[in-house]
Every structure is written in C-alpha cells, then in structure tokens.
Design a protein. Structure first.
Length: 744
C-alpha cells in the first residue's frame, strides 16, 4: 500500500465519528434514527439498525478511538510488510463492532457479534509465526466462540418467546419474559455470552492472554471496544431481562469477584501491558456489577464509567506502546527516570493515570464518585458492593501509579536503547484522549446532556435527568474516595513486597489459563484416540459404531417419551402382509446364502417388496424411485460379481452385529408405530399445498419440495449419487485401464 493510503482508514473513521457526533443533539432530544430492511421474511428477521443513547455512546467510542488507533497503527508499523493486512483486519473489526452496537434485530446483532469474534481471532494471532500468538488467538476464539453459541440460543429463545426479534420491541416485554417458563435458561444463555465476551470470572483469563496482539490492537479491541460488547449486551437486555433476583445477583456476584480478583492480579504483573489488561478486566467487572445494581445512580455510574474507562485505558495502552518504542521495553522493573528523556510520554501517562486513579478534576473522579453512589444505592447488598468497589479502586490507584509514575521517576535502570519521545504521529492520539479526560472533568454537564443521560434512558427508561458535578459536598462517597486514595498510596508504596507475595507459587491456586490449557490438551488426546478407534479404516467398524449409536439414540428417545412402550397391534390386509413376509424371508436369505448371485436376487426382492409397500400407500413417486435404484444396484453389483472371487464356505455369524441390527430394526418399528399413533398434524401439508404454486410455481407438491424447498438437500443427494456412480465406474473399469504406451 502506498504510504499516503495508510492514513486513509484513519480519515474515514474520523468522518464516521463526525457523522455520529452530529446526531448527538437529536438523540438527546428523543429523536431516535432507525433503518430496517427485510432479510428473512419467513422468520421475521430484518437488517434493522437503531441509534439510541446506548448505541450512540458505543458508536462514538468505536469510531473516535478507532480513528486514533488507525493513525497510531499506520505510524507504529511504518514500513511493516503486513501493515495493509493489519489495517484491513482493524477495519473489518470496526465495521463488525459498529454493526453490533447499532443493530436493532437480535439475529443481526449476533451476526456482527460473531464478526468481532473472528476478526479478534485474526488480530490476536497477527504475529502468527509466534507460538504464543497462535495459542492466545485460539484461546480467545474458543472461549468467546462457545459464549457466542450460548448467546445465539438465548436470542432465538427470546425471539420466539417475545414474538419478535426487534430489540426495541423486546425491551417493552420485560413482564412477559420474566413470567415465562424459559426465563431462567434465557438469562443463563445471555449472561454466558456476555461473560465470555467481557472476560468475567471464570472466563477472565483469555483477555490477558490476548495481549500477544500488537499494542494498537490491544488498545482498540481489549480496552475500549470489543471486550465491552458483553457489557453492551447486558445493558441492552436490562429492560427486558433485568429486575429479577437471578439477574441482579448473577451480575453483582460475578462482577464483584471479577473486579476484586483482577485488580489483585494487576498488582502482580511487571509487564505494563499485561497490568493494564488486568485493570481492564477489573473495569469490566465493575460495569457488570453496577448493571445489576438496579438503581438510578448505578446506571448513571455505568454510563459515565464507560466513557471514562475508554479514554484513559486507550491512552495508557498507547502510552505503553510509546514506552516500548522509545525506551525499548515495557517491563516496569526495567523502566525509571524517563521524565527528562520522554517528557511528552510522561505527560500523557500522568494525565491518563490521574483519571484512572480518580483524582479531581478529571472525569475519572466523577466516575469514581458515581460508582460509590451507585454502590450505596444498591438495594440488595450495598455494603458488599461498596466494599468490593473500594478494594478494587484502591488497587486501581496503585496500578495507575505503576503505569504513570514508576517509569518516569526514580532511578534510571539500564535500558535496551537511549530513550526518547516517538514522533508526533504516535503521541498526538493518546494526548487527545488524556486531555479529553481532563476537559470532560472540568465541564461534565456537556457529557451529561448529550451522552450520559441518553445512555441512562436507554438502559433504564423513565430515569430522571441527572447532572454531573465535580463537587457534591462532603458525603459518604467523598469519604470513600479519600480512603481509596490513602489505601492506594499504601499499596503503591508497598508494591515490591506485595508483588513478591503475589508471585509465590502457592498464591491463587491453579491459574484458570492452566486449567483451560489442560482441558484443551485432554480434549485433543480424546479426539486423537477416538479418531484412531473409529476411523480405523474398516468399513465394518464404521457401520457397527454408526448403527450402535443410532440405536442408542432411537431407544433413548422412545424410552423417555410419554408414549406406550409396546405398540398396539392392528389388523393388516392380506396382500401387504404377504409382501412383508416375502421381504423378511428374502432378507434372511441374503444373510445365510453362500451364493453371491442368489443373495443379489434376494436383495432385489427386498427392494421390490418395499416399492410395493410404497405403492399400497399411494407414494407412487417414491415407489418409482425405489424401483430405479434397485435396478441400478442389481445391474452394477451383477457386473461386479464377475470380477470377485468365490465366497468362502465357512460360516461367519457375528452375534454383536446381529444384536445391533435387531435392536435397530425393532427400535425403528416401535418409534414409527408410536408416531403414527398420534393424530396427524396437517400444518406442514397445508403449508406446502398453499405455497407450492404461488411461491415455487409448481403443481406437483412432491417435486416442488425436492427441487425448491429442499433444494440444497436434493443437490447434496444428487452429488452423493454422482460420486457413488463415478466410484462404481472406476471400480468396474480398473482392470481395463491400459498402461502407458500399450496398444489397443
């Protein structure tokens, strides 16, 4: 890519940000833009998009921080052979994220949700030559992918229970869903999707592992945008699913544990990027906990902290990139005394660090005050929530000191290279983010009017307008803030002792990542063993295992059903009974004969008898198909018999195979009779009869089903028949192929 074009994505993303910014006023006034196009009409699925306050705050973060990240990336990777690929993947991720947060259809949201999963996998594994990057990418893909499957199931259940997939309509059906018999599985599935995406305990381990990605990717995906997709999902679903004990306690407990545990692990790290990753997990836990708070102040705290965290965390991640570029390392133990050699980097780190620690007059102070107000307003367990928030915030202050103070003050360790500030293209973006944290702190009502209040209204409709202020007087949140600063200062001063204690082998038990890796390795070993066992190269083994499993499934379904185990016998007409007996006798002959030709003729009688049964029940099309197939089978096998040696005379009765065959046949008969005992549901027949002519332009309903409604299935069947025919021809003509140079 020409050098000038590498800046194009940043320009485009900045234009997208400006477009979203110009609708701030209308959205704040209650004018919500909506767009929709029908996608799958039969299922009521639309490509629907809606820009309310919650969608807009995320869209602004994705596009605004995205513009800075694209600029930073084009300079950071200047001359890199994979820069074009990286920018392309980042652009695809940005599109997926924007689609996710603006989608007003549950299925549309899921499609973009999976788009972020796939692009994140590719971005984390960008340095795919390194084993660490490949392992981290696979780990992130498996954890978030499994959560995505759970989310898909939850969204489908919501859609069918609510009668619509439109999220704006589902938000109005909270009472309907709360009283539904499917409410508990819906909540569990949705929260599984959210917890895996937003790295909640016990799925928190994948996010720090994803720090194998390049620094701009970490700053964009794993601090400001993608990892907040789970938070967005919970906030979006709160009007429909919130307010119950399951919802409140699920979010509160998992969020609190994640918040405190991640903040402890952050103090353990020496890699600044990894430290920031754990503080991101802490922030995500705090957001989840307060989304379960079910109070006005908790919701306002969530809306404010979303902006606070996105700005200071993206700025700090990019600052770590500046340190890595300027000083050659990001290990805090190898950094110090860089204030003179890297003054711009120091200023950015200090501004963002003060906001992260929650010092006035930064926006982070307002966000911290609101978190404490929200904790105290929680109706379920305010003391527990406030204590968890206090401990996590204190450790956040210590982590902010490690990022913003330790690298720039104190002794100057021997660095890999002479330290200096990088070029303006790298530091201008994080400087803007850091200054915005100060600007919004000085003028918070601007943020409240256009961003916070519309977001709060989207999460908790009917909430009164809230004003943001730096000074709320002397109150309990202020006292908790002072305690936070004091405790954080103590933790920072004792950082060496704390880190030594946390790095003891016995601390924390077995890491979650180790458990995941062990589980994955065990699964791979099981897969290898099962493949060697099942796919051993013997057709008899394939058939035996396949029919044994199918038999177990058939009998399992039949036994747990409410139908009678023993079907009631009915009178059978004489001619069909004779045909059935003839089929049974012919099948028995196939099993006991020593003559291939005799067995082939008996097999043909079985096929012809089945065709007669189809004819008795007016399935003429199926009967003709059966006859044609039997003719082909008999002809092909008869030709093949000429090439085969004589059959061995000895008996080869296999009791196990006979047992499987008998159980399978009887099980199928029992299930079919049980199904036929129920009154026939005519809805499917009526649908095909009504839709065949107007939709598929055909009067033969069976043909229309095969070539239109089941077109892909029929295409697969035709492909199988074609492949079988080619294989049969190859087998029959194998001995007739002339060698190279041989004359006819």
């Amino acid at each position: 890519m020409p050098r000038l074009l590498t800046f194009l994505p940043a320009v485009v993303m900045a234009a997208v940000f400006l477009w979203f910014a110009q609708v701030l006023g209308p959205v704040a006034a209650g004018n919500i833009p909506e767009w929709s196009w029908m996608w799958v009409e039969g299922l009521g699925i639309e490509l629907a998009f809606r820009l309310d306050g919650l969608s807009l705050i995320f869209a602004l973060m994705v596009s605004g921080i995205g513009a800075i990240i694209f600029l930073y990336t084009s300079v950071y990777f200047k001359g890199h052979e994979k820069l074009t690929r990286l920018l392309t993947l980042l652009a695809l991720f940005a599109i997926s994220m924007l689609g996710l947060v603006t989608a007003d259809d549950a299925i549309t949201l899921f499609v973009f949700w999976e788009g972020t999963t796939v692009t994140s996998f590719l971005l984390v594994g960008f340095d795919h030559e390194k084993q660490k990057a490949r392992d981290a990418a696979l780990q992130a893909l498996i954890v978030t992918g499994v959560g995505g499957l759970a989310l898909m199931a939850g969204l489908i259940l919501i859609g069918f229970e609510a009668g619509t997939f439109r999220l704006s309509e589902i938000a109005l059906l909270g009472d309907t869903l709360a009283t539904s018999a499917l409410y508990i599985p819906i909540v569990i599935l949705v929260l599984l999707g959210a917890f895996t995406k937003s790295a909640q305990f016990p799925f928190h381990f994948w996010l720090p592992g994803a720090m194998a990605a390049p620094t701009p990717v970490s700053a964009y995906l794993h601090s400001a945008t993608m990892v907040k997709a789970g938070v967005y999902l919970v906030a979006r679903m709160s009007p429909a699913l919130g307010g119950t004990e399951l919802w409140i306690w699920g979010l509160t407990l998992f969020g609190a544990v994640t918040m405190v545990w991640a903040s402890v692990l952050a103090l353990k790290q020496t890699d600044l990027k990894l430290m920031l990753a754990y503080t991101t997990v802490m922030a995500l836990g705090a957001l989840m906990m307060f989304l379960g708070g079910d109070s006005k102040y908790a919701t306002v705290g969530v809306a404010t902290f979303l902006v606070v965290h996105a700005m200071y965390k993206a700025a700090l991640f990019l600052t770590v990139g500046l340190l890595d570029k300027g000083a050659g390392t990001r290990e805090v133990t190898n950094l110090g005394g860089l204030a003179r050699s890297m003054p711009i980097t120091m200023m950015i780190a200090l501004l963002a660090g003060l906001s992260m620690a929650g010092f006035p007059p930064f926006l982070g102070f307002i966000g911290k005050e609101l978190k404490y107000e929200g904790a105290l307003a929680v109706m379920s367990e305010p003391l527990f929530v406030a204590t968890a928030a206090l401990l996590a915030n204190a450790m956040m202050v210590a982590a902010a000191g490690l990022v913003a103070i330790s690298p720039f003050w104190g002794k100057t360790p021997k660095s890999p290279k002479p330290a200096k500030d990088p070029s303006i293209g790298l530091w201008i973006g994080p400087m803007m983010l850091a200054l915005m944290g100060l600007g919004f702190g000085l003028f918070p009502d601007l943020l409240a009017k256009y961003i916070v209040n519309p977001t709060v209204t989207s999460i908790a409709p009917g909430t009164a307008y809230v004003k943001l202020k730096l000074w709320h007087g002397i109150n309990v949140p202020l006292v908790l803030s002072l305690i936070t600063f004091g405790l954080g200062f103590v933790l920072y001063q004792g950082r060496f002792v704390i880190r030594a204690a946390l790095n003891r082998p016995t601390f924390g038990g077995i890491p979650a990542a180790v458990v995941f890796d062990a589980g994955l390795a065990s699964f791979k070993r099981f897969a290898s063993w099962s493949a060697r066992t099942v796919q051993g190269g013997k057709m008899t083994v394939y058939l035996r295992i396949s029919f044994a499993v199918l038999t177990i499934l058939i009998w399992g379904v039949h036994l747990i059903s409410t139908d009678s185990l023993v079907p009631q016998p009915e009178a059978i007409a004489l001619i069909p009974l004779v045909v059935v007996l003839l089929i049974a006798a012919s099948a028995f002959v196939v099993l006991i004969t020593n003559s291939r030709l005799f067995g082939l003729c008996a097999l043909g009688v079985v096929g012809a008898g089945i065709a007669l049964i189809f004819t008795f029940y007016s399935a003429i099309d199926v009967a003709i198909t059966q006859i044609l197939v039997e003719m082909l089978v008999v002809i092909i096998l008869a030709v093949a018999l000429v090439k085969l040696p004589a059959m061995p005379v000895e008996r080869n009765f296999r009791a196990g195979d006979a047992l499987i065959a008998t159980a399978f046949g009887v099980g199928v008969a029992f299930v079919v009779v049980a199904v036929l005992a129920h009154p026939f549901d005519p809805r499917i027949t009526e649908f095909y009869e009504a839709a065949s002519l107007p939709d598929a332009f055909g009067r033969n309903v069976v043909n229309v089903i095969l070539v239109d409604f089941r077109a892909l299935d029929t295409l697969g069947e035709v492909a199988v028949v074609l492949i079988a025919a080619i294989a049969a021809v190859a087998a029959l003509t194998a001995g007739k192929i002339r060698k190279s140079g041989e004359k006819p």
